[in-house]
Design a protein around this ligand. Structure first.
Ligand code: DC
Length: 223
């Protein structure tokens, strides 16, 4: 049976995961957070003292890395690194830049590609990331490019970090977001860009409910 795929791409902090998770629950689709998969590789590099920018060094680690993705009773996506649940650790701010750096290497992307496609073959999915509409699921039924201005994304990320009990200064968060935007959109392989057939949704001026309504409308028109 053909499954349905909804691809959501966009820069970090655009609200992809919050929106996708909520919509997935409403539609009873599987929510796949592909950033978490890259973060798991980033965490491995961090924990093993591997320079995440060194493609040869990161590639040499891949045979030793088993990435597992499980859905708990809570319905949440849990990431396993060689059998260890690292769902919490991968959210640490240091892991963000490591994930961004390791994700630039073609062997890392190739290593993770089939895992993502398999999930979409076997389930109705809402998958978010940077290259879902362009590379991972070019035939997705709905493609959305979700964005917001960098200061607005930094503001939202600061709130989120505060709620998690790990507050960070606004200027630092903004600088990291801008650095990741640059890395993610300037790499040679699968850079962050809007697919030609994706719909642009800019949420700078929208609150959560408005963003969700706009997204549900788009999905309703296409699925
Ligand atoms: O979505 P996120 O911020 O958790 O993603 C972490 C990093 O992983 C991000 O900086 C770029 C990379 N990534 C990617 O290259 N391709 C994806 N499909 C998802 C994330």
């Amino acid at each position: 049976m053909k499954t349905i795929s909804i691809a959501i791409d966009g820069p970090s902090g655009a609200g992809k995961s919050t929106l996708a998770r909520s919509i997935a629950a409403k539609l009873e689709y599987l929510y796949v957070d592909t950033g978490a998969i890259y973060r798991t590789i980033g965490l491995y590099a961090l924990e093993h003292g591997v320079d995440p920018k060194d493609e040869a060094a990161v590639t040499a680690c891949l045979p030793d890395i088993q990435v597992g993705l499980e859905y708990g009773d809570d319905g949440l996506q849990h990431m396993l690194l060689n059998g260890r649940d690292v769902t919490k650790e991968i959210r640490l701010p240091d892991v963000s830049l490591y994930a961004s750096a390791v994700s630039a290497h073609p062997p890392v992307r190739a290593f993770l590609l089939e895992m993502q496609r398999k999930l979409a073959r076997e389930n109705n999915v809402i998958m978010d990331g940077r290259d879902i509409g362009t590379v991972v699921l070019p035939d997705a039924d709905v493609k959305v490019f979700l964005t917001a201005s960098a200061p607005e994304r930094a503001r939202r990320r600061c709130l989120e970090l505060e709620q998690r009990g790990t507050p960070q200064p606004f200027e630092k968060v903004l600088a990291e977001i801008e650095e990741r935007d640059y890395n993610d959109s300037h790499r040679a392989t699968a850079p962050l860009r809007q697919a030609e057939d994706a719909v642009l949704l800019d949420t700078t001026e929208l609150d959560f409910a408005q963003s969700e309504a706009a997204m549900m409308k788009l999905i309703g028109e296409r699925v």
